[in-house]
Structure formats: C-alpha cells, structure tokens
Ligand binder design. Sequence first.
Ligand SMILES: Nc1ncnc2c1ncn2[C@@H]1O[C@H](COP(=O)(O)OP(=O)(O)OP(=O)(O)O)[C@@H](O)[C@H]1O
Ligand SMILES: [Mg+2]
Length: 458
Amino acid sequence: MGYILVCDDERSICTMLQIAFQNQGHRVETVTGGEQACRKIDSNLYDVVVTDVRMPVVTGMDVLQHARKVSPDTMVIIITAVDDSTAPIEALNAGAFYYIRKGPKLLEDVMTAANLAMDRSQLRQQNAAFKRDAALHNSLDNIIGESEPMRRLKQTIRTIAATASTVIISGESGTGKELVARAIHTCSPRSGDPFVSVNCGAFPETLLESELFGYVKGAFTGANSNKRGLFELANSGSIFLDEIGEMTLPMQVKLLRVLQERSVRPVGGGQEMPVDVRVIAATNRNLSQMVQEGQFREDLYYRLSVIPVEVPPLRARGEDVVLLANYFLKKFTVQMGRDVLRISPESLRTMKGYDWPGNVRVLENTIERAVAMSNEEELQIELPNSVPSSIPLAAGSGATGIALPQEGIDLERYIADVEKSLLQSALRRSNGVQTRAAELLHLSYRSFRHMMKKYDLN
Ligand SMILES: Nc1ncnc2c1ncn2[C@@H]1O[C@H](COP(=O)(O)OP(=O)(O)OP(=O)(O)O)[C@@H](O)[C@H]1O
Ligand SMILES: [Mg+2]
C-alpha cells in the first residue's frame, strides 16, 4: 500500500485517478494546483506524485523539481495533454520517473507506472534501512568488552577513525580483527562510502592482482570486458586487506606502489586511475618476524604500520569472557527461539580460566552449540579440546583441515610451531604444573621435558 499525491487542474482526472488508486488500497490525496502540490510535498512523504504539466503559475515541471529537492525518494510521474516531442526528455532528465501522454489509456498507464514506482521506492527504503542496520551492526557498540585492553582498543579506534591513515591490525585468529576494521570504517567520515573486504590469502597471485586493480579487455584469456578492481569500488571508502601476511612478494611490490602513488593500474592497461581509499590491513602473523625472515617487504611493512592496532587475545581479558558469553547467549537464544536463561556459574568459572585458543570465534561457536543442544534453563558449557584451532593454521584452512598454501610450506617448521604452541597451551592450562601438562599432551614426563628444552620453554 502506497501514499500518493495527484495534482491536476482538471478535477475529473483527479477524481478518476483517486478512485482507481483507492480501489487498489492506496492512500490518495488530490490537489488542483502546483503550488498546493509543493506545500503538500513539504509536509508529507509520498511514495508517488502524479502531476499534470500545464497548470497556471506553478507548473508540473516546477513540482517535479521541488519534489526532487525536498523529497528525493518520492517518485514523480508526469502526465500531459500537450504533444511536445522534447518535453518527455526534459522531464526524465529532470528526474521524473515516468512521462505519460493523456489519451484513452491514461488510467491504465498511470496505474502501471505508479505500481512500478512504488516497488522501486519500497526497495530503496528497504535498502536504506538495511544500510542503517548494517552500520549499527558494525559500530563500536558491537565490540563487546569492558576490560582495560578493550577500553583502550575502543579509544584507539575512535581516535584513528577520524584520520585517513593506513592501519594494520594484528592479533590471533578469532580475536575480532575484522570487527575492529569495520568499526574503524563505520566511525570514520567515510562511513557513507563502501567498505570492501578482501581476503588476500584466498586468491592466487595473478587473480589477486586483477581483483584488486581490475583489468582491461584482452588483458588475459577470458578477459572479455573491462572490469573494475576492488580499489576502485572502494573509492572514497575503505578497503580491508585481510591476511595481508599471505600476500606474495611480487604482489607486495604492487601494493606498495598503490600506497605510494595513490593510484591503481588495471592489469593490461596503461592508464593509471587515481583512487582515494583508506587501507586497513590485518594479519594473524608476526609481520616484523616475517620481515626479518625476508618473507615480507620491509618498506611495505613500514608503509602499513603507520598506525598499528593490536587486538588482544581473549585469555588476556578474562573478565570479558563472561560479557561475551552472555552476549552470545542472548544472540543465539533469540535466533533459535530457545528459552535458555543463563549459563551455569561453574561453567562461567571454567570459561574464565580457559586459555581460549581460537579466541572469540571459538567462544561464539561454543555458546551456539550449547544453546542448540540444551533443553535446560541453565546452560552447561563443554569447552572444546584445544587442538586444531590453537595451531597457527595456514591460510585458507578451515576447522576441517589444514590446506596447503599456494607457495608450499616448510613442513618441519610448521610442525615445530604446532608442537611449541600446544606445549604452551598445555602449560597455561595446567597453570605451569608440568606433570599435568605432560598428561594433557599424552606424553611421558621425560618426553615433555625434552620438548620443553627443545623449544626453550620454561
Ligand atoms: N569483542 C567482540 N564482541 C563481539 N563479537 C566479537 C568480538 N570479537 C570477535 N567477535 C566475533 O567473533 C567472530 C570472529 O571475529 P573476526 O572475524 O573479526 O576475527 P578475526 O580476528 O578477523 O579472525 P581471523 O584472524 O580468523 O580472520 C565474529 O563472529 C565476530 O563477530
Ligand atoms: Mg578475519
């Protein structure tokens, strides 16, 4: 059901359209002069305005211009008895939704156009509502946490949001890096423009290049038309380069150029396109160590780390565990229509003491699973065995397995990382009691001590 204004100095036309619209269940108002129409448009949010062109003093074109200015979401349909070949073009150029010649089919034409217009305007409104919702969803308030490190983090986000500087967000997997990146964008003056997110680890090198910078027709087999890159799509907004540590060295050179020149060159094209994009990068790898090992370019590292932001692991903010757990409890009970009321006190206690490999993501999954399985008012939480998620998994690997990265992997080093990380987790979990840690890893005390030495842990 729509809200429609009809304006025509011929009263019979007003009446005819009014009856037809009312029969379809729409709300209709009619006026017989352009001036009245403008006053109505000032104070009501019409979906559609249908107006005659030729009226004394204030014409239909004036009404159209007025509507475009004060109520851009309102669709204007122009009807006219005059046969003038340039008028329709003028009206459409001025932003009319439709232009209709008065004739025997007037009623039918107006009804069709108005219904089209209402669909369009509803779609727009839904879109706007969706955008507002999404903005709210990504805002700072959705970063749960009142611990000291989280307070500081939120303060940092507020401060840096105002600038256009490049940001690098580091932190373990699942700590909320993407959430932080979105909040930086949403709190920034760029929030009305796109936030484009790219997982740099998800593409092989050549594909990543054409994704980021676009390509021109004929750049490679299969490039049948020009395509804009994500940098261009993010213009005047922000681009989020997730898993930047997975970018190959040649790609790093190209990215560095973009950051320096503030322009991109599409693959196969000579023309540089200037772009105004704020770059927010994230990684769960230790970039400075990668720099030392020659896996990450030092110049790019310094370019990116204008403002470094560190998202602390969940185990360093134990007091937030309870807040987050209750937040997710509410989220999933609402989502699943469950009436679980609380998490049992002893579950909360163990959760606070847990070392949370996999961080907030694992906490979220844990609560989701518990809510789905539980029939009780009080939720008992079973903590996951921390094996696969605690391992610094290679790019592209999901919870189901470990993917072999594009460039291959140093298996021995990788296994060593896994061993060391599990040893550390076991020690944390056992509060440093080595016999207990050895048990957790199903190792003899002797082997355990041997590995402690090997990895220089104490
Ligand atoms: N402080 C928080 N408050 C509410 N939800 C959070 C918070 N931190 C993380 N989450 C949620 O946890 C999940 C993981 O967060 P996110 O994807 O931002 O992590 P990440 O650091 O990007 O992880 P990865 O390194 O694996 O990509 C998301 O569903 C996110 O909404
Ligand atoms: Mg992420």
